[in-house]
Design a protein around this ligand. Structure first.
Ligand code: LLP
Length: 417
């Protein structure tokens, strides 16, 4: 559930503000987030596990605006990061480094150093060379690095084809069968302390089965390790819980947690760590865009809008479907349009074959744009990146100003005469 609803005046609002008002004040394209929705989604995870020890580490990559991070930090959130940039954002937003887990296959020595200095909760390590490098960096600083190994749980691909795509890609994690050896190596390295185990089996999962299979395998591994004297304090189940873009019915965090807790009966002391990104942020945001032209041709109709693939690349990159709705619906004939941007690429579309009753100048809202939206924006075609607004009840705050054109080339230099 989110707080973007049509109100009695027939218009789409964000919490207690009409979106038309925000477009008038701030222009388009415009990202609009709802604080109440972000908080609701975060609490859904936090409350789902009740008294069982746990930490919700929001995946910063989904939406890294410091206002978003700050709202979650105020709730006591932890954070899942994948770069020093994300770490510095968390710090700038008032997040607690002691609640940060650091994922990613390519951590540099400099990134490790900074994370060690700040005292993060855990490094989610993805390979043996990474373990060795981390051991070295920690040694130089006279510190001990807390580590978890990201395990590729090799969930049966036939049962869960969605996951098999992820498994074919060997970039992520450590093969399940190799895990005990790599844990032994980790234990033998003097500047590392084994604290956890983690996995992340994919994104936008709409079924619980693959999660459960993965957790079962990880729990078995925890028992094997324990028998060898390697104690695991926390189980990080990654992110990946899907959201409703159209008619998907992903499990609620509460259903997911119920399944997990049922499996933790013999592991009551094991802290659960979640890394949700999309499930918290996606439906907490919309992108507003205005119709510039309606171009009707013999074969196809185009609604040419002022947002483009540089603003929201998910449709172009993944053929992702996101709902496009009029902010002020009209009565009249519904026409099928491809909703496209002004960029010079055929792949520049926001939605295809959408039934809309619109006129030039109308405002459209692209829903579910709070995750992997603005964060993936670029300046392609020398287009400035959109402004971002956070609505909080009746108040709207500019949480990122629209870029100016001059900013786009301020770090560029022409050759000397
Ligand atoms: N943890 C790790 C280690 C991850 O790699 C990811 C996402 C997450 C957590 C958060 O997953 P989520 O809960 O958001 O599914 N740009 C793509 C999504 C890429 C996800 C990458 N990893 C999209 O727009 O669909």
């Amino acid at each position: 559930m989110d707080y973007f609803n049509y109100q009695q005046d027939g218009q789409l609002w964000a919490e207690d503000i009409a979106l038309t008002e925000l477009a008038k004040r701030h222009g388009t394209p415009l990202y609009v987030y709802s604080r109440a929705t972000l908080e609701r989604h975060w609490h859904a995870f936090d409350r789902a596990v009740g008294d069982h020890p746990h930490l919700v580490c929001y995946a910063v990559k989904a939406n890294s605006n410091i206002a978003v991070l700050n709202v979650l930090a105020r709730l006591g959130s932890g954070f899942d990061i994948v770069s020093q940039g994300e770490l510095e954002r968390v710090v700038a937003a008032g997040g607690d480094p002691a609640k940060v887990v650091f994922s990613g296959v390519g951590k540099t020595a400099a990134e490790m150093k900074r994370a060690l200095e700040l005292g993060i909760k855990c490094f989610n390590v993805e390979s043996e060379p990474e373990l060795e490098r981390l051991n070295e960096v920690a040694g130089e600083l006279g510190k001990v690095a807390p580590i978890s190994l990201r395990i590729n749980p090799d969930v049966d691909a036939k049962t869960h084809p969605y996951i098999s795509t992820g498994l074919r890609d060997n970039k992520f994690g450590i093969a399940f069968d190799r895990a005990p050896d790599v844990y032994r190596l980790a234990k033998s390295l003097p500047n590392l302390k084994v604290t956890g185990i983690d996995c992340h089996i994919g994104s936008q999962l709409t079924e619980i089965g693959p999660f459960v299979d993965a957790i079962d395998r990880l729990l078995a591994l925890i028992d094997t390790l324990k028998a060898e004297g390697i104690e695991i304090d926390h189980l990080d189940v990654g992110g990946g819980l899907g959201v409703t873009y159209s008619d998907e019915q992903p499990p609620q965090p509460s259903e997911y947690a119920t399944e997990l807790l049922a499996r933790l009966k013999d592991h009551k002391e094991l802290e659960l760590v979640f890394e949700p990104g999309r499930a918290i942020a996606a439906n907490a945001g919309v992108m507003l865009t205005r119709v510039e032209y309606l171009k009707l041709t013999e074969h196809k109709n185009f609604a040419i809008v002022d947002a483009a693939m540089n603003d929201l690349i998910r449709p172009t990159l993944y053929q992702a479907w996101q709902e496009i709705v009029p902010v002020v619906p009209r009565e009249g004939e519904v026409v099928i349009y491809d909703v496209v941007g002004p960029i010079c690429e055929t792949g520049d579309f926001i939605g295809k074959d959408r039934g809309l009753c619109v006129e030039q100048g109308d405002l459209l809202a692209v829903r579910s744009a709070g995750a992997y939206g603005f964060v993936m924006a670029s300046n392609y075609n020398t287009r400035v990146r959109a402004a971002e607004i956070m609505v909080d009840g009746q108040n709207a705050h500019v949480v990122r100003e629209r870029e100016s054109l001059e900013q786009l080339w301020q770090s560029e230099h022409v050759l000397p005469e």
